[in-house]
Design a protein around this ligand. Structure first.
Ligand SMILES: Cc1cc2nc3c(=O)[nH]c(=O)nc-3n(C[C@H](O)[C@H](O)[C@H](O)COP(=O)(O)OP(=O)(O)OC[C@H]3O[C@@H](n4cnc5c(N)ncnc54)[C@H](O)[C@@H]3O)c2cc1C
Length: 281
């Protein structure tokens, strides 16, 4: 249908980004193709060690999923997106396809090394999400391609992550966020780490120096501070109504430190609840 309707047609998933943009007349599609009636597009399934999440899976379904809860960083993210209304309608596929610089899913899925499976008239392809997002609101998808599935590799036994976003209130996008995934050799020694920042660049910022401060290191308070400082240096925020550049950089430092401490505790088997942080709480 997209091929027949031409480039001005758009697909409708949860409508939580597209419909507000249409109401503001910032998007004026010539036609909408509603994906909500296509069966078997919303699912969360474990397969060969990976978690497969169908594009039309709602944020709330991931929040409530026992399969997703085995990768707690997924729950951290899903449970904090906006409010129940948005979570009940918005989909992970729509979020990834929208590539909003303030979206919560992309930093988390990059930290997990997830792949985006798409489908179009020429067949399917799988692209690491770090390459799938090309720029703000821009992905590698062609005009007749759809996101079909997100594939998340199951983290190893001593691998754990955490995601914390800071928001002015529930139904708004984050001011800044940090996703951290660590793989430990034992309680103290870090084998691998990923630190990805949201809302502080046009695309998620992969903080390579912050990860390098942890990888192959004994995790001391000093190493944690160095990682948080390196994340702060990697952030490239813009000043806006959410705060100044300096304020957002400081937020990144604090959020990275807190997410890292939660990820480390989870890697030791501790049950740690983290959620999005709100102004005044
Ligand atoms: C008040 C409010 C607050 C919000 N706060 C947050 C927040 O804090 N964090 C956050 O991450 N998000 C937030 N959102 C956005 C929400 O998560 C959206 O659900 C999400 O960004 C888009 O998903 P959707 O299913 O609603 O997509 P839609 O709005 O239906 O579509 C978005 C775009 O993606 C395209 N698209 C949709 N599905 C596919 C597909 N399978 N393949 C190819 N293209 C597709 C559409 O054509 C459209 O261009 C908020 C939204 C609102 C209204």
């Amino acid at each position: 249908m997209l091929g027949q309707l031409g480039e001005d047609a758009k697909v409708l998933a949860g409508g939580q980004s597209l419909i507000p943009l249409m109401k503001l007349r910032l998007a004026r599609p010539s036609a909408l193709v509603d994906l909500n009636h296509i069966p078997r597009t919303a699912y969360i399934e474990a397969q060969n060690g990976d978690l497969r999440i169908g594009a039309m899976t709602r944020h709330a379904e991931i929040e409530d999923s026992p399969a997703a809860a085995r990768i707690p960083i997924l729950h951290d993210c899903a449970a904090g997106i906006a409010d129940p209304q948005v979570r009940n309608m918005g989909t992970i596929g729509g979020s990834v396809a929208e590539a909003d610089p303030h979206g919560d899913w992309a930093p988390v899925l990059i930290a997990l090394g997830a792949e985006v499976e798409s489908i179009g008239p020429a067949g399917g392809r799988s692209v690491p999400i770090s390459q799938f997002i090309k720029d703000a609101f821009t992905t590698v998808l062609g005009p007749t391609e759809l996101v079909r599935e997100i594939r998340v590799p199951r983290p190893g036994a001593r691998s754990a992550g955490a995601y914390i976003a800071f928001k002015r209130c529930a139904p708004v996008y984050p001011t800044a966020s940090a996703a951290v995934q660590v793989t430990m050799l034992d309680d103290d020694f870090c084998q691998d780490a990923k630190v990805v920042l949201g809302s502080v660049g046009l695309t998620p910022v992969i903080a390579t120096e912050a990860a390098a401060a942890l990888r192959g290191q004994a995790i001391t308070p000093h190493a944690i501070e160095r990682a948080a400082e390196a994340a702060m240096a990697a952030a490239d925020p813009q000043a806006d109504l959410r705060g100044s550049v300096d304020y957002k950089r400081l937020l990144v430092q604090v959020l990275t430190r807190r997410a890292l401490l939660a990820a480390l505790a989870r890697s030791r088997g501790e049950k740690v609840e983290v959620s999005h942080e709100y102004v005044g709480r």
